[in-house]
Design a protein around this ligand. Structure first.
Ligand SMILES: NC(=O)c1ccc[n+]([C@@H]2O[C@H](COP(=O)([O-])OP(=O)(O)OC[C@H]3O[C@@H](n4cnc5c(N)ncnc54)[C@H](OP(=O)(O)O)[C@@H]3O)[C@@H](O)[C@H]2O)c1
Length: 298
């Protein structure tokens, strides 16, 4: 199929390569032109601007956006809408909020355009292994995207989840679960590392992937990380969050669902970025006040 690709970051660039390897025609644009040129060296048609990208595509067009969620996606849609023609399809493959999808699908439908949201998982390994895609939107849009999705995903690796927003909703919960799984492994490894036994954590990660109940791709990645740096001494324990974990927790709160593990996993990431917090100083001060317990000076 023919597809316009906007945003050639860590995800978009590799997705473009996978589409090219699958024999698709990709017209690519990136804000920084060097990446567009690099995509062209791999066989993409380079567009110097968004209008040029739209012009280089035959109708009905498919334009796939792979940008940071929020402002960048909104601005790109603002730019695309007046350039596109009746029946063209816009796909947001980034990590947008599903409520933004619902609003955008309505807005685009009013302009005679189709909209699909594609929650994408697989990270930088997706080029080799394929991307797991959770897709939302009308049947007509998904049918048009099918050849591209078949190439991007591994076998049985994409699902039409439902109407607009359902793809990103599934991706949001997927990432919430990811936070919880990562937190569980991390805590388990800390107890192992602090134990009286000298475990080789790379070997143990490898072992656990041989038929155990907790086997997973995350454990394969743990094995790689421990093999490189057994005590992870080269890494600071500072953990970012990208939005979906927060949205998952907010969704649970809105729906009165007690998602304890996912919530605490998010809180732990906040905590990882703090040292000697005001909360802890208050705790220490109160213990000192009521019980005369010792405090440590700064
Ligand atoms: N990385 C992952 O593992 C992963 C997995 C699944 C989904 N996602 C989602 O996929 C999307 C892209 O992620 P990524 O990891 O590829 O990000 P990235 O490596 O940081 O790349 C961001 C891309 O967006 C472009 N960009 C940023 N702000 C822009 C703006 N205001 N206008 C136009 N272009 C802009 C950048 O252009 P320049 O090159 O000019 O900076 C770059 O091409 C995000 O929504 C992310 O949450 C990421």
């Amino acid at each position: 199929m023919e597809i316009g690709f906007v945003g050639l970051g860590r995800m978009g660039f590799n997705m473009t390569l996978r589409l090219l390897q699958g024999g698709h025609r990709v017209v690519a644009w990136n804000r920084s032109a060097d990446k567009t040129q690099e995509a062209a060296r791999h066989g993409a048609v380079a567009a110097a601007s968004v209008p040029e990208l739209v012009k280089a595509l035959a109708g009905p067009r498919v334009v796939w956006i792979m940008l940071p969620a929020g402002g960048p996606v909104e601005d790109m849609i603002d730019q695309l809408v007046p350039l596109l023609a009746q029946g063209d399809l816009v796909v947001d493959g980034g990590n947008s909020n599903y409520k933004d999808d619902q609003r955008r699908a309505k807005r685009l439908a009013e302009a005679g355009l189709l909209y699909a949201d594609a929650g994408t998982s697989g990270g930088i390994w997706g080029l080799k292994n394929g991307y797991c895609m959770m897709v939302g939107g009308p049947d007509e849009a998904i049918a048009r995207l099918e050849p591209g999705l078949d190439t991007l995903a591994p076998p049985e690796g994409w699902l039409h989840c439902g109407p607009a927003g359902s793809g990103h909703f599934a991706k949001m919960i997927h990432n919430g679960i990811e936070y919880g799984m990562m937190q569980s492994y991390a805590e388990g490894f800390e107890i192992l590392q602090g134990s009286e036994y000298s475990y080789d954590l790379a070997k143990l990660s490898h072992l656990w992937n041989q038929g155990s109940v907790v086997r997973s791709w995350l454990l394969e990645l743990a094995e790689l990380a421990f093999a490189k740096d057994p005590q992870l001494e080269g890494i600071r324990g500072w953990v970012e969050d990208s939005g979906e974990g927060r949205w998952t927790v907010l969704e649970a709160i809105d729906r009165n669902i007690p998602a304890e593990v996912l919530t605490l996993s998010l809180m732990r990431r906040f905590r990882s970025r703090q040292q000697d917090t005001f909360t802890d100083r208050v705790l220490a001060a109160l213990r000192a006040e009521f019980g005369g317990h010792a405090v440590k000076d700064k």
